[in-house]
Write a protein that binds this ligand. Sequence first.
Ligand SMILES: C[S@@+](CC[C@H](N)C(=O)[O-])C[C@H]1O[C@@H](n2cnc3c(N)ncnc32)[C@H](O)[C@@H]1O
Length: 294
Amino acid sequence: MPQSIDPKHSALPTSRAAELSPTEKNYLHLLKEVLIDIDNAARFQLTPYPRGRSNVIKRFLVNKLINTLAKKGLSITGVDPSGIAAREKGLGWPLNGYSMIGARRMDNLQHCLEQVIADGVEGDFIETGVWRGGACIFAKAVIDAYGEDRRVWVADSFEGLPKPNTDLYPEDAGDDLYSLEQLRISLEQVQSNFERFHLLDERVVFLKGWFKDTLPEAPIEKLAVLRLDGDMYESTMDGLVHLYPKLEPGGYLIVDDYGVIPACRKAVHDYRERHGIQEPIIDIDGSGHFWRKD
Ligand SMILES: C[S@@+](CC[C@H](N)C(=O)[O-])C[C@H]1O[C@@H](n2cnc3c(N)ncnc32)[C@H](O)[C@@H]1O
């Protein structure tokens, strides 16, 4: 019997939810559950763990096996009886879902969008690092539900992560996420995922390529919500350098991996230090963190 996430468990209140009709609220709630694949919460894709120096060989062999199967369209699945809790916190990669970020980070995304809408903060939404597109699909649904005409920028290589550039970013040394087939989701697949929910239109703009190439050139004027989910130091820093100056005062910066990937956290600290950013960093679920620009 599929279980549902208890809305009481939402990490943050949604600020303008009262303005939506019960049907609209229900639509967003159900969409969130479908995007994170809550009905199959107990089933997850095997991902390349364990991490850590002592596990290098084990991890290499597990990766090789996972990648060989992924090239044939197969994946090893596990069963986790505490799956609902895991999907709430965005742990593990869902088998059929459209986003790996989990319910609390989805709630946080909704909260940030509703707050900027309520406060009239101008600008678009962007996510850098979209995988199957689920977080961007949800952002588009929220923006549409409030009748706003903000754009949703969808930035990704659509070919997985880059190899670490350790000359420029020694913090990424040893990062092997680039080798994972499971993280290579094509542009066509993400577009078709938007279509699946009738959310693909001219206000969804795709930026295909490495962030270092696409973000400096992107014709983005103002951002109200900037969501970084590129995992690595380089990817996080590229997002901050090229996009944070476009974030309006009162806008939100969300960093998906701040709590769990040290290189990502270091990029955030380095950027904040360089620019004297003092706004407190708020924890969402142990992994995702965010702050509101003064
Ligand atoms: C963890 S996944 C994103 C998860 C997604 N936000 C979700 O809702 O499930 C990381 C994504 O970042 C992309 N990525 C990471 N670094 C990148 C870079 N430097 N340039 C382009 N894409 C990058 C990868 O292709 C991958 O799709």
